[in-house]
Design a protein around this ligand. Structure first.
Ligand code: HEM
Length: 428
C-alpha cells in the first residue's frame, strides 16, 4: 500500500456516517491515515470489525506490537496519539497485563454494584433538573449539554473516584484535550502530556493525604500494598481511563439520544405512549450515533488475512464502531435511519470480547435515569436550532454535539421517577 493511496480520515469527525459510507464502498478493510498522517487500517463492516476485535492475533499494546512505535519520537505531529496508546492501563494492554489491570477495577462495575449507584444518579439528576428549571424561563434557549448531559456523568464519576472539586474542571479540560483530534500539532501533543502530568499526580497526592471511600483511594492502597499488581504509571493511567471513559462517553449518549428524539417527533411519541422502551432508545442511539465513533489503536501481532486483505504484522488498526452500526449488510438498507422500534441491541458500541466496556451497566443506568426524567419534567422540550445545524465535537474518536441548544417549555413539576425500570444489564 503506497502512502498516496491511503484515505485520510477527517480529524474533526464532522460527518462520520458519510465518511463510513465512503470507506465502506472501498472495501471491508481500508488503508487510511489518522491526523498527522499516522497510517492505519479501518474495518468498515460489522462482521469485519467483530472478527478483528475477537481475533487473538490483534493486540492493544503499542510498545510490543506497533512497528512504528520506535519512530514516534521522530514525528512531532504524531504526539497526540500518545494520550491514547502511550498510556498503560487495561485499554492499552494485551494478554496477562490486561487481565491483571482489568481485575482491579471490574468488580466495582458489576450489575449489582451498579444498581447500588442508582440512588446517587437519581439524586444528581433531580438536582440538575431543578437547576435547569430555575435557570431557563419557558421560552429561553439553554444549552442542554452544559446544563444536563455533561454534569450528570461528570459529577457521578468524580464522586465515584473521589476527585475533589478543585480538580474537577482541570480533569474535564484534560479529557477534552485528549479527545480533540482536530489539531495534530506538536503543541497540542505537548498540552496533552502537560495536563496529564499535572492533573493525575495532583489527584493521587490529594487522595494519598485524604483517603476516602472511593475508587482512587482503593487503587492507591493496592499500589502501596502490592506494587506488582499496579505500578505507579499504571495507577495514574487507570485513573485517566476511568475519568475519560466514565464521563465523555455517557455525556454524548445522553445528548445524542435527546437530539435523535427531538428531531423525530414520531419516535418520541412512540416512546411516550410506551410502544418503544427507553432501553431501545439507548441501543438505537448507540448503534446510529455511538459515543465512541472510532477508537485508536489495535495492532496485528502476525500477518492477518481477512476478506482478501492482508494486514502486515505490526500495522495499526482502528475500531470503527460508527461504520459497523450503519452497515447495510448487517442492519438492512435503512441502516442509517434512527428507528428504535427495530430493536437492534447487537451493536458493538460498547465493544465485545475481553475489552468490552466495564462501564456499560453504569452508562445505561445514567441514560435510563436522565432521559425519562428530562422528558417528564419538560414535556414541550424542543431543539432551538435544526438538528442539521448542530456541530460535532472536534474528534474522530468521540461522537457527540458541542452544544445542544433547546427551549425547555412548560415544566411538569414531576420528580425524577424512582424508575422501577428493571435492573441494569451486565455481569452479576
Ligand atoms: C455510552 C457510554 C460508553 C460507551 C459507548 C463506551 C464504549 C466503550 C468501548 C467501545 C470500549 C471497548 C474498547 C476496546 O475494545 O478497545 C470501552 C471500554 C472501556 N470502558 Fe466504556 N463506554 C461507555 C461508558 C463507560 C463508563 C461509564 C465507564 C466507567 C468507568 C467506562 C469504562 C470503560 C473501561 C475501563 C474500558 C476498558 C475495558 C478494557 O479495555 O478491558 N465506559 N468502552
Amino acid at each position: 500500500m503506497t502512502a498516496t493511496s491511503r484515505v485520510p480520515i477527517d480529524p474533526f469527525g464532522a460527518d462520520t456516517a458519510a465518511e463510513s459510507a465512503r470507506l465502506r464502498a472501498l472495501g471491508p478493510i481500508v488503508a487510511i491515515t489518522l491526523p498527522g498522517g499516522i497510517p492505519a487500517w479501518a474495518p468498515t463492516r460489522y462482521d469485519t470489525l467483530k472478527a478483528l476485535i475477537l481475533d487473538p492475533r490483534v493486540s492493544k499494546d503499542a510498545r510490543r506490537h506497533w512497528s512504528l512505535w520506535p519512530e514516534l519520537d521522530q514525528n512531532p505531529d504524531w504526539a497526540w496519539i500518545l494520550g491514547w496508546v502511550g498510556v498503560v492501563n487495561m485499554l492499552t494492554t494485551y494478554g496477562p497485563d490486561h487481565t491483571r489491570l482489568r481485575k482491579l477495577v471490574a468488580p466495582s462495575f458489576t450489575a449489582r454494584r451498579t444498581e447500588a449507584m442508582r440512588g446517587r444518579v437519581e439524586a444528581i439528576t433531580a438536582d440538575l433538573l431543578e437547576n435547569l428549571a430555575e435557570a431557563g424561563s419557558p421560552g429561553a434557549t439553554v444549552d442542554l449539554k452544559a446544563g444536563y448531559a455533561h454534569p450528570l456523568p461528570m459529577r457521578f464519576i468524580c464522586e465515584l473516584l473521589g476527585v475533589p472539586e478543585h480538580l474537577t474542571e482541570p480533569a474535564a479540560r484534560m479529557i477534552a484535550t485528549v479527545f480533540d483530534t482536530s489539531d495534530p500539532s506538536p503543541e497540542h501533543g505537548a498540552l496533552v502530556q502537560e495536563q496529564m502530568a499535572t492533573v493525575l499526580p495532583a489527584l493521587v497526592a490529594y487522595k494519598t493525604e485524604r483517603p476516602g471511600d472511593d475508587m482512587a483511594t482503593e487503587l492507591i492502597r493496592v499500589r502501596h500494598e502490592d506494587g506488582d499488581r499496579l505500578s505507579s504509571e499504571e495507577l495514574l493511567h487507570t485513573l485517566l481511563l476511568i475519568i475519560g471513559a466514565g464521563f465523555e462517553t455517557t455525556v454524548n449518549l445522553i445528548g445524542n439520544a435527546v437530539v435523535a428524539l427531538l428531531d423525530q417527533p414520531g419516535q418520541l411519541a412512540a416512546v411516550r405512549s410506551g410502544t418503544i422502551g427507553w432501553d431501545a432508545v439507548v441501543d438505537e442511539t448507540l448503534r446510529v450515533h455511538p459515543s465512541i465513533a472510532s477508537l485508536p489503536l489495535r495492532f496485528a501481532v502476525s500477518d492477518l488475512s481477512i476478506e482478501g486483505v492482508t494486514i502486515p504484522a505490526g500495522d495499526a488498526i482502528i475500531t470503527s464502531y460508527a461504520a459497523s452500526g450503519l452497515d447495510p449488510a448487517h442492519y438492512g438498507d435503512d441502516a442509517d435511519a434512527f428507528d428504535a422500534a427495530r430493536g437492534a441491541d447487537d451493536h458493538l458500541a460498547f465493544g465485545i470480547g475481553v475489552h468490552r466496556c466495564i462501564g456499560a451497566p453504569l452508562a445505561r443506568l445514567e441514560a435510563l435515569t436522565a432521559l425519562p426524567a428530562l422528558f417528564d419534567r419538560f414535556p414541550d422540550l424542543e431543539l432551538a436550532v435544526k438538528a442539521a445545524e448542530l456541530r460535532q465535537v472536534p474528534s474522530f474518536i468521540a461522537g457527540g454535539w458541542q452544544e445542544i441548544p433547546v427551549r425547555l417549555g412548560r415544566r411538569s413539576g414531576a420528580q425524577v421517577p424512582h424508575s422501577g425500570r428493571g435492573p441494569v444489564h451486565g455481569p452479576a
